[in-house]
Design a binder for this molecule. Structure first.
Ligand SMILES: C[S@@+](CC[C@H](N)C(=O)[O-])C[C@H]1O[C@@H](n2cnc3c(N)ncnc32)[C@H](O)[C@@H]1O
Length: 258
């Protein structure tokens, strides 16, 4: 299954990979807002949520007053992000777009967020380089990139083969989500199989989908950011940010005169 197909198929039940998606929207929005305002001032800021999915970070940031635009490879995901924004009466313009070719003019945003392991869907050095260069292009001079991935330095050493189940309680019952990981021979990439057991009368319906990731260790991602022209890339640990993954913060090197 390709990446777009994986997320299109998952869009309507993506929230169920979280125990409580609404709580995560609020928590992640606050954590990102703290980093944004520490770097750029109180705002509100114009933010591109690049790989917004169904809106986990976009909605949290928009609720705090930032002017957020969401883009994602998956049209079904951005359509759901729009529905979620409407339900909360939040402004959230969205577009289906590939992070390797963003449909925005140079210097359009104060900040770009690319959160929850979206970049590792790009499987080659060329694609990672192109995406980071595009991100830098749409940032205004002095603007901020906030990018989160799994802690791949540690995971490349441990090579886990599964992730423990998460249980989501919804109106129709509980959904159980868990993952199997199948490492490629190169030791760098892996296929992830996501299993969801959905409540179905007295039993369960099982949905399985699969996607491929490139597990770039933190220092390699920072090196790609540097080569794409970002200044001062620095990883922040979850314990310091309250965000559930390590977050790379990096600046557009230019000087802001706006
Ligand atoms: C794990 S999801 C995270 C989504 C969202 N940030 C969140 O936390 O809910 C990864 C997202 O990356 C998007 N994605 C993967 N490859 C992409 C690409 N080349 N361009 C834009 N989005 C991409 C997927 O469609 C998916 O929505």
């Amino acid at each position: 299954m390709d990446t777009r197909g994986f997320y299109d198929e998952l869009a309507d039940r993506y929230d169920r990979v979280y125990a409580d998606w609404d709580a995560s929207v609020t928590r992640q929005g606050r954590a990102l807002d703290t980093l944004l305002t520490a770097a750029l001032g109180p705002g509100p800021h114009t933010v591109l949520d690049n790989a917004c999915g169904i809106g986990t970070q976009s909605l949290g940031l928009a609720a705090l007053g930032h002017r957020v635009t969401g883009t994602d490879l998956s049209p079904a995901s951005v359509a759901r992000a729009t529905r979620e924004a409407d339900r909360r009466s939040l402004p959230l313009p969205v577009a289906a777009a590939d992070m390797r070719a963003l449909p925005f003019a140079d210097a359009s945003f104060d900040a770009v967020v690319c959160a929850d392991n979206a970049l590792p869907h790009l499987l080659t050095a060329q694609d990672v380089t192109t995406a980071l260069a595009e991100t830098r292009r749409v940032l205004r001079p002095g603007g901020l990139l906030l990018l989160s991935t799994r802690p791949y330095g540690e995971l490349r050493r441990a090579r886990p083969r599964s992730e423990a189940p998460h249980v989501h309680q919804g109106p129709a019952g509980r959904t159980v989500s868990f993952q199997l990981w199948h490492w490629h021979a190169d030791g760098e990439r892996y296929d992830l199989e996501l299993f969801q057991l959905l409540p179905d009368g007295e039993g369960w319906t099982t949905r399985v989908s699969s996607a491929t990731y490139w597990a770039l260790p933190e220092e390699e991602t920072a090196a790609y950011a540097r080569r794409a022209g970002f200044a001062d890339p620095l990883w922040h640990a979850p314990a310091d940010t309250g965000f559930h993954q390590p977050l790379l913060a990096a600046r557009h090197p230019g000087r802001w005169t706006g």
